[in-house]
Design a protein around this ligand. Sequence first.
Ligand SMILES: Nc1ncnc2c1ncn2[C@@H]1O[C@H](COP(=O)(O)OP(=O)(O)OP(=O)(O)O)[C@@H](O)[C@H]1O
Length: 243
Amino acid sequence: MRRCWIVPSLLRVDDVSVSFGAHRALSDVELSAERGHVTGLIGPNGAGKSTLFDVIGGLRRPSSGSVFLDGEDITRLGPAQRAKRGMARTFQGLELFGRLSVRDNLLVAAELRHSGRDAANMVDGVIERVQLGAYVDRLADSLPTGVGRQVEVARALTTKPDLILLDEPAAGQDADETERFAQILRSVAQDGVAVLLVEHDMELVMGVCDEVHVLDLGTIIMSGPPETVRQNTAVLDAYLGTA
Ligand SMILES: Nc1ncnc2c1ncn2[C@@H]1O[C@H](COP(=O)(O)OP(=O)(O)OP(=O)(O)O)[C@@H](O)[C@H]1O
């Protein structure tokens, strides 16, 4: 008899709702992210993307619904416990230690999961991968915004995550930096990491994502491959402005 194994999604958001008083910011949201894929989350300002990231990252408890990581219900775990289980996140605002060098910013994160020479080796590998060699000794607060965002992604990678949540990582990057960044995201995913990306840069989203979820007024209105999302008239009208 042939056995058929169903591999669970690395991340599964199940029927999540969040209310702020009378305001329902998320309604029955379903979403998943797979290892080896870049998954996009798009939607206009106020759609609920950051609220959903906060629920996934453990900064906000949902009013109802659950979050699963690798099959485990993590809804009640805080951010630190989720980090220990392999989740990393970047934020919309730069959260680097401004008076530390790029290398030391990465070392601080690497030492959370590795010690001594292993941490240093991990940092060297990530610096090479994210192509930050020219900046290693620069103080973080002297960096252009676009490079700072790349350092944030690099810092998240030094924890060797299984799932990485990226909140508008391309903001402040110029066209060349964004193109290079897209290649880095693809190579990270190819290593088996699940990448979940909130991003307003549609060219990047459509070029790099394997699937895209569209959030509008707290509800997922469409999920599918970028070419399908791109052709959906409602999405084109409302979010891409190209219909
Ligand atoms: N702490 C809060 N208290 C009350 N309402 C909130 C709070 N945080 C968010 N909201 C509301 O919830 C809705 C979703 O906001 P959220 O910031 O998640 O949207 P977003 O898609 O991330 O927007 P943007 O693209 O501008 O970052 C908005 O109507 C917002 O005003």
